[in-house]
Design a protein around this ligand. Structure first.
Ligand code: ASP
Ligand code: MG
Length: 440
């Protein structure tokens, strides 16, 4: 058995869904379990319509038109989605009446994209002679906690999923399952977070103990850098789980950051493939990676980060300073990425300005705070970088030659990344220069 996940651009319209069908058809011998995203742009459209509804400005036809156009292109009967259209319109009206959009309602509205896409895709496949059935994933045992916008399946979900599959998915029928969404025991609809269908795929794969999870997207697997910034970026044939996780965490745009964890725990290889070029071998991500390769794998970056510096001369050689800083940040829910310290100060990066601002009054009592937005954390991901003589020197001299100032550095002994902070405005130049030095 394999899980095959198709993202929004892979199911954007009839032309794309036809490609998906041929890809699935070619793998029928491996018992494919298909997980789909909403059609491209649909989740955004739904979320925007809900935000507009709060202002009583929603125009329902927008979301329904977008979906109907795709459904019509696929030749689906109008009654296929009639109930869901009604539910969307009731929900938006409700949001408009109470003028309130809670995290619960936001997940509820966002869930419709996947629920509609799987119905259209299964209907289309079946009419084209590939028997398929659509499922809302909660009907297959995917019950989550109530953490709206970031829900995770409950302990024990794997057994539930196995039993549900055995009882509900007939042999010889391809299940087409909603990514992204879930439901609590109380029946509230949840989501695992934006771009989360990748994660749904590996969670489902782990429950079903599949031989492989395939993530079908619109690039030839994972690339050495973002090809829109670096035209010479090329495919990485094999990576280790931890390298790929690091890359995803730092903005490698192909995979949702949490995707690899369930696969890693279950020892299930993840393969990233291109729907528009299915013969390309893509990237295999597994425990071992490429045994013949040591050193640098890729360059990635996260823009729009905030650097926070807290200085306190009085804390010189005193214990408890860092503990106090992190305790305060932790209480406000600040997720810290990079840290660097000196005798009298600590600097750290995060993507979240709002919780940092909330923590400021308390932090000001500990030391003098400075906040600098507009920063990029750039990472060079690879294997045993610290042991590879010269990698850091090459990175730093490349940036110096390009005239790009670097503010913070972090480079742990066993770390698989070498991270630096620079200004957002320098990032494209930095990535191009580094790619040239390290890969070309
Ligand atoms: N449709 C969801 C989103 O746009 C989930 C996904 O595509 O992975 O965020
Ligand atoms: Mg995606």
């Amino acid at each position: 058995m394999i899980v095959m996940k198709f993202g929004g651009s892979s199911v954007a319209n009839r032309e794309q869904v036809e490609k998906v069908m041929e890809i699935v058809r070619g793998r029928l011998g491996r018992e494919p379990v298909v997980v789909c995203s909403a059609h491209k742009g649909m989740t955004d459209a739904l979320v925007n319509s809900a935000k507009a509804a709060v202002q009583r400005q929603y125009s329902l036809p927008d979301v329904i038109d977008l979906q109907s156009e795709i459904a019509q292109g696929l030749g689906c009967p109008p009654e296929l989605l009639a109930d869901l259209y009604q539910e969307i319109s009731d929900l938006l009206r409700g949001i408009g009446l109470v003028k309130e959009l809670s995290p619960r309602s936001l997940d509820y509205i966002a869930s419709f994209g996947e629920r509609m896409s799987v119905r259209c895709i299964a209907d289309f496949f079946t009419r084209q002679g590939l028997p398929a059935q659509a499922y809302d994933i909660w009907d297959l045992g995917f019950i989550t906690d109530g953490n709206f916008g970031g829900a995770r399946p409950l302990v024990g979900y794997k057994d539930r999923v196995k039993v549900a599959f055995r009882d509900l998915v007939p042999k010889g029928v391809v299940p087409i399952i909603t990514g992204f969404v879930g439901k609590t025991l109380d029946g509230d609809i949840t989501t695992v977070g934006r771009n989360g269908s990748d994660l749904t795929a590996t969670l489902l794969g782990a429950a079903l103990e599949v031989e492989e999870v395939e993530i079908w997207t619109d690039t030839d697997g994972v690339m050495t850098a973002d090809p829109s910034v670096v035209p010479k970026a090329h495919n990485i044939p094999m990576m280790r789980f931890d390298e790929a996780a690091e890359l995803a965490r730092y903005g490698g745009r192909v995979l949702h950051p949490s995707t690899l964890q369930p696969a890693m725990e279950g020892g299930i290889p993840v393969r990233v493939l291109n729907t528009n070029c299915p013969e390309h071998p893509g990237t295999v991500i597994n425990q071992k990676g490429d045994p013949g390769h040591d050193g640098v794998t890729s360059v990635a970056y996260k823009e729009n980060q905030v650097v926070l510096t807290i200085s306190a001369a009085s804390m010189l050689a005193q214990s408890g300073f860092l503990a106090q800083v992190f305790e305060t940040l932790g209480r406000q829910g600040v997720v810290v990425d990079m840290v660097s310290t000196s005798e009298i100060s600590v600097s750290l990066t995060t993507s979240q300005m709002e919780p940092v601002k909330k923590a400021l009054p308390e932090l000001n009592a500990i030391g003098t705070c400075e906040i600098h937005p507009g920063k990029t954390v750039l990472v060079v991901v690879g294997r045993k970088l610290a042991e590879r003589k010269g990698v850091s020197a090459r990175v730093m001299s490349t940036l110096a030659e390009a005239g790009i100032p670097v503010e913070m550095l972090s480079f742990g002994k066993d770390s698989i990344n070498f991270s630096l902070v620079l200004d957002d405005k320098d990032v494209d130049r930095a990535v191009r220069a580094l790619h040239k030095t390290l890969f070309e």
